[in-house]
Structure formats: C-alpha cells, structure tokens
Design a protein around this ligand. Structure first.
Ligand code: FAD
Length: 360
C-alpha cells in the first residue's frame, strides 16, 4: 500500500503548510516535502526573543480568537502553553486613550464612542447576516460608518464633536487591522458580516505562538522541510518524467533550479503572494475563476513595531495605550514621514516593551 501513496509537494512553511505536513505524517504519508522560501518556518507567525531573560514578543499572530472549535487553542491547551496567562500579566487590565498632547480622553467619552461604534459595527454585520440589501450599490463599511455616525455627531459642537471624530477614526484604524485593509472604504458592506469569530474568550500564548508551530513540526521529519527554497514555477496538468523515468503530473521548479516532481502540489502562499506572482507562478495558468477571485479579494498590510526601553515605562496596571491622532495638526500627510501615525495602539507586553500595530 505504502508504495502507491502519492508524492506531494507543499509550497510554504507557514502554519498552513506545517499543519498539512503534520496531518500527512499522522496519516502514513512519507513522500512529501515542504518548500519554504525564507530561512525560517512560521510565515506570519513569528515570535522574537527580546533579551537574555527570555522575554518575547510576537511580530505576527498574537491572539487565539475564541476557543470553541479552535484547533490552535486545543494544541496550546493540551500542551499547557496557556498556563502562564494568569501570571503577572493578568493584573494588567487598564486601557488608556491618549491624545497627541499627552492628555487622556475621559472614560465617559471613550465609553460613549465605543458604544456608538460597537452598535454601528453590529448594524454593518446585519446586512450579511440578515440578508438585508445595502442602501447604496457597492456600499462600503467605511461609507456606512461615516454616514451613520454623522447623525450622532450632530448632537455635539466644537471640541466635543472633534474629540468624538478622532476617537471614531481611531476605532476605524483598529478595524482596518482586523479586516487587513488599508481603508474601510475597501471593505464591502454586504459581505462584512460573513466573518464569523469563534465563540469563547481570547488567549495569548506566553511561550510564544511559535511554540504551537514547533509542536506541529515535531511529527514532520526534518529532511521533509526545505528552507531557502523559493518556488519559481509550478508546472501542472501534464506528464513530467523525473530523472528515473517515473511520470508525474506536476513539476515544481525553485529559483535555484532544483526540480521536485509530484502527483499533488498544495500551495499555501498568501493571497498577497498570489496577487503579485500568480501569473508567472503557474504553468498552465490557473483557471479564470480562480484568477478573478485572486484579483477581486483585497489584501492590505498589517504590521507591528516593537519598542524596547532600558527600564520600565508604564504604570503596573496599564495593558494598552490607544493613540488618538489628530491629522488636522499635520501640514502634509506624506506617509514617508507620518507613517507612525497609523499606529492605532500600543500593547504593553512587558513593563519596558510596547508593541504597536498598524495598517498600511
Ligand atoms: C501582524 C499580524 C498579526 C496577526 N495577528 C493574528 C492574531 O492575533 N491571531 C490570528 O489568529 N491571526 C493573526 N494574524 C494572521 C495569521 O498570522 C495568519 O492568518 C497565518 O499565520 C497565515 O498562515 P499561512 O500559513 O496560511 O500563511 P503564511 O504565514 O503567509 O505562510 C506562507 C508561507 O509561504 C512562504 N512563501 C511565499 N512565497 C513562496 C514561494 N514562492 N515559495 C516558497 N514559499 C513561499 C512564505 O515565506 C510563508 O512562510 C496576524 C497576521 C499579521 C501579519
């Protein structure tokens, strides 16, 4: 039976490719290889070490969003990776909304805007979830939020109105990071509610998200993962004789000229990579339906900045500083100089380390 098992090439050593390798290993498949372009596995999961004392921060995924039916939660929980969560970090629960002049926005205003914003986000989700038609053709989440919030803003004047506008913008920047877009005007209102968050609380993984990856990797023989192997071209749907004259349906060629023959190729590269390279990556080209989908679905950049200080910089209970930028205060919005104003929030990961998140 073993000899008839197909040869498989997996492209990409992020969690999708590694989870697939783990699945194949646990189901008796040996003849597979994972080709990863970079010099590490993990892709958008990337835990970095900050110092010799073992402090870490996540450059990529940080949260386990919901626990029911969540395979990441199951692995982390089964392997006691969550147990440190209730340590010192559990005491940190304060969120502070700071203006550019260092002043803190009052809790009352923050709560009001959060309530308005939360209600409007639920209404935006209703269009998909209750099959309601949107008011405008090709309506976007950004346009909807602006239209609807304008009614609320009419009740306020001058400074009261301005601070609410700034806070609302700050909430929208958070949503851009959640939706992975550069602006909410790119997010379709009619589909917004299709994203379903898994039920249950959110967790972090104190030893690092990479620890989950290492558990999955432990079932995969080391020689089955080839780093520094960027794939240049996937030839498929033809007959390819290998040097031993066996015939395969696919041949994967790497930038270094190495060729891998297979019966199946499973490509796990991101939508961003497909958008940039799918026209030269597949031969013959992918079917039109897939090319149209790759073209139509948006893909923005979400990135992080880690700021490390020599000594503690925050009060002990502070968990998050939300940044309330006022773009009226800058003369020209040239991203090369003002990119940091896209950081919507800093999370305190250690008392001397802040991690900021921003969209592009
Ligand atoms: C800043 C940030 C924060 C995030 N936070 C969270 C979070 O809190 N919780 C959460 O659940 N998710 C979060 N995500 C999303 C999560 O990280 C991703 O959904 C997940 O890691 C994607 O895994 P993947 O294996 O599908 O893709 P990737 O991680 O993108 O893996 C694809 C791999 O393919 C490789 N590759 C690309 N081109 C080639 C090629 N030509 N040849 C060979 N290999 C190639 C890449 O190097 C990469 O290693 C976050 C993402 C980012 C960027």
């Amino acid at each position: 039976m073993g000899e008839t098992k197909p040869k498989i090439v997996i492209i990409g050593g992020g969690i999708s490719g590694i989870a697939l390798g783990d699945y194949l290993a646990n189901n008796g498949f040996k003849d597979y290889v994972i080709l990863e372009a970079s010099n590490r596995t993990g892709g958008r999961i990337y835990t970095v070490n900050l110092d010799a004392e073992g402090h870490k921060a996540e450059m990529g995924a940080n949260w386990i969003h919901g626990i029911e039916r969540n395979p990441i939660f199951k692995i982390a929980d089964d392997n006691n990776l969550l147990e440190l969560r209730h340590g010192n970090k559990g005491l940190r629960n304060k969120t502070s909304f700071k203006m550019e002049n260092g002043e803190e926005v009052t809790e009352k205003i923050v709560n009001q805007v959060n309530l308005n914003y939360g209600q409007l986000i639920m209404q935006a989700e209703d269009f998909y979830q209750n099959g309601m038609p949107t008011m405008e053709e090709n309506d976007s989440v950004g346009a909807f939020l602006e239209r609807e919030y304008e009614d609320t803003l009419e009740r306020y004047t001058n400074g009261d109105r301005h601070i609410r506008e700034l806070l609302f913008d700050q909430r929208k920047r958070l949503e851009c990071c959640i939706s992975g877009c550069d602006s909410l005007s790119e997010v379709s209102l009619s589909e917004f509610g299709s994203y379903e968050e898994l039920p249950g609380v959110h967790y972090t993984i104190p030893p690092g998200f990479t620890a989950v990856l290492e558990i999955l990797k432990s079932s995969i023989p080391k020689e089955n993962i080839l780093l520094n192997h960027p794939v240049k071209c996937i030839r498929w749907n033809r007959q390819f004789p290998d040097p031993e004259k066996n015939v395969y349906e696919c041949c994967v060629e790497c930038e270094n000229g190495e060729k891998f023959y297979a019966n199946h190729v499973i490509c796990t590269v991101s939508l961003g990579v497909l958008k940039a390279a799918c026209d030269r990556m597949f031969n013959p080209p992918l079917p039109k339906m897939k090319l149209d989908a790759i073209d139509a679905v948006g893909f923005g950049i979400v990135d992080k900045v880690i700021v490390q200080f020599d000594e503690p910089v925050t009060e002990p209970e502070l968990f998050r500083v939300e940044l309330v930028w006022d773009n009226d205060l800058i003369e020209m919005n040239d991203l090369r100089h003002t990119w940091y104003r896209k950081i919507y929030s800093f999370e305190v990961v250690h008392d001397n380390v802040l991690v900021g998140e921003y969209d592009s």
